[in-house]
Design a protein. Structure first.
Length: 230
């Protein structure tokens, strides 16, 4: 499946699922391969410490427009959702990637744009990103429960599951394979395909052919302090 085929890519999921890293990777790949205006919309109003807006300078230097809530990256606790973000649906962007905040609270921000989303839904892919190595995403029951909650709050049903099993640089191919087994089971329950397996390029050769066919490489740039301090 092609994660870049639709005009809009919307990423939802649990805290720590890796939505931000994947959002940045998608936007950068789109910029390399596509023409026209590319935008990354940072809709994470929940977690001010680990968000795509932190890479705004890098992304803009590469020709990617970054739209984010007013007061994002500041000390203001509750950011507003400005008309600028609404412009993602109204302006002549060739492609838009939307990084939505974790859990149902973050998804509710996306729900505010339901009328605009309805108008472009046929040209949109909603990606439900799962990191099975994180708490509350490591069992079928937990994934299904949160999937339902986020879908309701976002007022949007995801189109694809994304296997983003990772422990940052410590991730192994075996962990991706185990994550795929879990998501395949979830996929059957939801009648929703696993659309991609993400990871660093070095893991590709160690995956079985059916996972290689779904592989989307990511070069991590959002690293937590416990890694950067080593």
């Amino acid at each position: 499946m092609n994660l870049l085929e639709k005009r809009y890519s919307v990423l939802v999921g649990n805290y720590g699922s890796g939505k931000t890293e994947l959002s940045i990777a998608l936007a950068r790949k789109l910029r390399k391969e596509k023409t026209g205006r590319i935008a990354l919309v940072d809709l994470d109003i929940v977690n001010p410490y680990f968000r795509s807006g932190e890479q705004a300078e890098l992304l803009r230097a590469e020709g990617i427009e970054v739209l984010m809530p007013t007061f994002a990256m500041s000390t203001v606790d509750i950011p507003a959702l400005p008309a600028q973000i609404q412009g993602a649906f109204e302006q002549d962007f060739a492609h838009v990637v939307m990084d939505v905040g974790g859990d149902d609270t973050g998804a509710a921000a996306l729900g505010r744009y339901a009328p605009y989303i309805k108008a472009v839904r046929q040209d949109m892919q909603v990606l439900y990103v799962v990191n099975p190595l994180r708490p509350f995403s490591d069992s079928e029951e937990d994934i299904l429960a949160l999937f339902t909650l986020i879908s309701e709050k976002a007022r949007l049903h995801p189109d694809l599951l994304i296997n983003n099993a990772n422990l940052q640089e410590l991730t192994t191919a075996d962990e991706l394979i185990q994550g795929q087994e879990l998501l395949t089971s979830v996929s059957r329950k939801l009648n929703l395909p696993v659309g991609a397996v993400t990871g660093e390029e070095k893991l590709y050769a160690q995956l079985p052919p059916e996972m290689q066919a779904l592989f989307f490489p990511i070069t991590p740039i959002m690293k937590p302090e416990w890694l950067t301090e080593q």
